[in-house]
Write a protein that binds this ligand. Sequence first.
Ligand SMILES: Nc1ncnc2c1ncn2[C@@H]1O[C@H](COP(=O)(O)OP(=O)(O)OP(=O)(O)O)[C@@H](O)[C@H]1O
Length: 667
Amino acid sequence: MEVSGPEDDPFLSQLHQVQCPVCQQMMPAAHINSHLDRCLLLHPAGHAEPAAGSHRAGERAKGSSPPGTKRRRLSESSALKQPATPTAAESSEGEGEEGDDGGETESRESYDAPPTPSGARLIPDFPVPRSSSPGRKGSGKRPAAAAAAGSASPHSWDDAEAQEEEEAVGEGDGDGDVDADGEDDPGHWDADAADAAATTAFGATGGGRPHPRAMAAEEIRQMLEGKPLADKMRPDTLQDYFGQSRAVGQETLLRSLLETNEIPSLILWGPPGCGKTTLAHIIANNSKKHSIRFVTLSATNAKTNDVRDVIKQAQNEKSFFKRKTILFIDEIHRFNKSQQDTFLPHVECGTITLIGATTENPSFQVNAALLSRCRVIVLEKLPVEAMVTILMRAINSLGIHVLDSSRPTDPLSHSSNSSSEPAIFIEDKAVDTLAYLSDGDARAGLNGLQLAVLARLSSRKMFCKKSGQTYSPSRVLITENDVKEGLQRSHILYDRAGEEHYNCISALHKSMRGSDQNASLYWLARMLEGGEDPLYVARRLVRFASEDIGLADPSALTQAVAAYQGCHFIGMPECEVLLAQCVVYFARAPKSIEVFSAYNNVKACVRNHQGPLPPVPLHLRNAPTRLMKDLGYGKGYKYNPMYSEPVDQEYLPEELRGVDFFKQRRC
Ligand SMILES: Nc1ncnc2c1ncn2[C@@H]1O[C@H](COP(=O)(O)OP(=O)(O)OP(=O)(O)O)[C@@H](O)[C@H]1O
């Protein structure tokens, strides 16, 4: 949990000593807020100790440790941590699948895309096309990409920072001009931008020494080791936040609210790596300037008590200092409904402004009451153009030089050892490929780039040996193949825990139903190649065999069960062909929903029956005791095998006589 506030300004806060309004202790102004965080927990709002002397109050504070303090500290240390991507093991796949199948039972359309969140106010946005270019250096070669990336030119609440940045970088940086001569010179493509981005990317802004235009391979390796590149590149301002123009573009409501610092409670909903946490980080950065506390919790590790502590402290801050608190909960869908209830009254009365981030449809995962008090911001997969801009920002900051593939040169055979020339090159098509394969996930793209560079640096010597080329060993070329290897395909193509899981299985089901064998195989491969559990697919096939093929080909069910068992025995990748065979069999099979429909009719009849359900006719009841016999159980029952002719006998309750569930719904 990270708490930020005016104490972050070291100059102002150290000017004088101040007295704690709660325990009366004197201390440097720089320490007052962290002191208050502790002190207020001991003395809740309205129960502040009278001025009993700072010493005594201080002793008391030392001696008693409030139960929540330790936990709170722990969560504080996880401030603005990168959220863990849900793993297969963590995901609630079982539950989801249950619901999914159940849904299909209820309605044949239930596998369709989830509905718009109910009870939520979707922020209307009114994006205005911007005629000006995003104004970022480094995009001179890619005007279309950069423009479509939706990066805004400096705007009001980023202006100050943008200016600071410009000053730090020096003349000519960050002004948005496209290099006049950069167009045809591969050696000059993004050189200026490299300096500008280098100052911001690794925290060198504000007096830091700009990185040299080109860095030695060893220097780049050091920059890439440790923290993931995606974390290092997390933008601090909207200026570097690309794409998402529908949510936070110019003239959107959210943008105006952010600019006026009127942050409403928000639920940020979008796929992994699209910028939910980053947007929260930018809001945090901005709220710091307005003395608003910004507290971060991750629902993956925070407990209800952590939330209570934050709320308690927010109440105290509000009543003592009129200071607002924004609480950011990453992966809010991981809190159960009762944990989510904890926030409800406090969001309602304005004690906290809640910002929740979720990859899951909030209408299913977020408490309806809470949802109706928040604005849902839908963030989308980042478009390829935005991905290119994000990647270029990182590439520039690392001092990597992009090669123009239309002008074949061999940078590695260049003999110059000038330190002003880049040591690492990347093919421009490698950047494009990375942007495409990242599938709108900036984290995957940036970390893929990082892996590709690190792997290439490691294998540099081996490569030199094998190729037998004579080139400077300090020069390395990152190719399209390198970046492909740097990407973890399973993560990129398919999100097993998220909505894509349901979208793909739905597409497979519908393709088989539509007897399209090609599409069926395609969706199957999308899932299996993406790392889907083959048994999950096999279970769906078992269901399909009865629901869609039914008695048109009763052996379909046997096929499906056999495929399930086969997958169970041999696992992936061997079992993929079993599933493929079954999927094609099903796509080609005749279809019948006769049984499925009739059973749905019966179900509806039973469920919708008004009043007590009709009793089982007496003649159909078993009569194991004398009393039962005396009561008429089994009386008049005709045992069919005793008759050579068809037997005239009723089997339905009296009031349902004559009903044909195969023809129509009776009740
Ligand atoms: N719109 C964006 N503009 C610039 N960089 C971005 C953007 N979105 C994401 N990034 C980069 O990708 C990284 C991961 O993004 P972020 O943590 O915000 O994703 P997320 O949507 O919260 O994902 P998850 O749901 O998996 O936590 C960031 O650290 C940042 O470097």
